[in-house]
Design a protein around this ligand. Structure first.
Ligand code: BJW
Length: 282
């Protein structure tokens, strides 16, 4: 059966829902000017963004991966939450039994005022910094932009009609010596890396247990899936789990074919999350 598209019907469902789970992805922040990973977000220089999001990539070329994340951090700090972030934050304040799982590391949901107790940062935060050698050093909410002088090319601002040289794949990436990258102040030997979850790394165990418990401990009335290709696990699997607990699933995405695993959603709202979410929760 084709998914329903009636906003009026959906608003009634939101009002009558007791427990609501939301899964957010990069598409939510697209209207804030932050690129997505797959599809229209495109390449970073000539790299697939996901190919830089691995410990192996960092080990192989720490300067390139550090530049990528320094640029992403600069963009996240410059960006402003959009109407979609604010609409979700308001819904979270209104609904007692609301849990929001964001795959985004940009901090925009928090900056929109989303209650922290109802927000789980599945893939960490780009503002956190930790030791790549796993000596245990972690720093939260580091706002250094650029993170060190050698990474300054990632924090340059260019007029919108010009391409930042760093982003032009025809211009060689700046040569940065490993010694000039930020090092761990505790063990002194490890490089500092962003506090995000790369492919092949586990998510925070306690957080995952908390999320699974929340889903299992009662009927989920409504599951919102916003701006994600739902291609990365364990995040992508939460929709099925919620469905098995009775959830009605609603997807917000401009591309109806983007999320292969979500073709059997109950509601589908085609368009930008920044435009659609405020209409859904009015
Ligand atoms: C709009 C829009 C607008 C555009 N409005 N929408 C089970 C099966 C198979 C594999 C695995 C499995 N379990 C684990 C794995 C391995 C792996 C995995 O999932 N691989 C898949 C590729 C299959 N998972 C892991 O490694 C995870 N770790 C783990 O499970 O540990 C245990 C374990 C390890 C190994 C094996 C087995 C178990 C960790 C995953 C970490 C993902 N990390 C990244 C980088 C984070 C840091 C950073 O930001 O750089 O997370 S990768 C990247 O993908 C990032 C994102 O959060 C994530 C999801 O992307 P998202 O948000 O969906 O973005 P896009 O770009 O894909 O989609 C954007 C969407 O928006 C599109 O649909 C657009 O149409 C839409 N859109 N404009 C609304 N205006």
């Amino acid at each position: 059966m084709a998914p329903r598209t009636s906003i009026a019907e959906f608003r009634e469902l939101v009002n009558s829902s007791n427990r609501i789970l939301a899964l957010l992805g990069a598409g939510l922040s697209a209207a804030s000017g932050l690129p997505t990973f797959r599809g229209a977000g495109g390449l970073w220089r000539n790299h697939e963004p996901t190919s830089l999001a691995t410990p192996e990539a960092f080990e192989y070329d720490p300067a390139l991966v550090s530049l990528f994340y320094a640029w992403r951090k600069h963009m996240a700090l410059k960006a402003k939450p959009n109407r979609g972030h604010y609409a979700l934050a308001e819904l979270a304040k209104k609904k007692e039994n609301f849990l929001c799982l964001t795959q985004n590391v940009d901090g925009l949901s928090s900056r929109a005022g989303h209650p922290e107790s109802k927000l789980r940062l599945l893939h960490g935060s780009i503002l956190d910094v930790k030791c790549f050698n796993e000596c245990g050093y972690v720093e939260h909410n580091n706002l250094d932009d650029p993170p060190c002088p050698a990474l300054a090319p990632a924090s340059e601002d260019y007029p919108p009609d010009q391409t930042l040289p760093l982003l032009d794949p025809n211009i060689p990436a700046p040569k940065i010596a490993v010694e000039d990258l930020p090092h761990c102040p505790r063990c002194k030997t490890g490089l500092l890396r962003p506090g995000v979850v790369w492919f092949g790394e586990g998510l925070d165990t306690l957080m995952v247990m908390g999320v699974e418990n929340w889903i299992m401990e009662g009927r989920v009335d409504l599951m919102l899936v916003v701006g994600t290709a739902a291609a990365v696990y364990p995040a992508a699997g939460y929709t099925r789990k919620a469905q098995r607990k009775g959830a009605i699933v609603a997807v917000v995405n401009p591309d109806p074919d983007s999320a292969d695993g979500l073709t059997d959603s109950d509601f589908f709202f085609q368009g930008s999350a920044a435009e659609i979410l405020p209409q859904l929760f009015e």
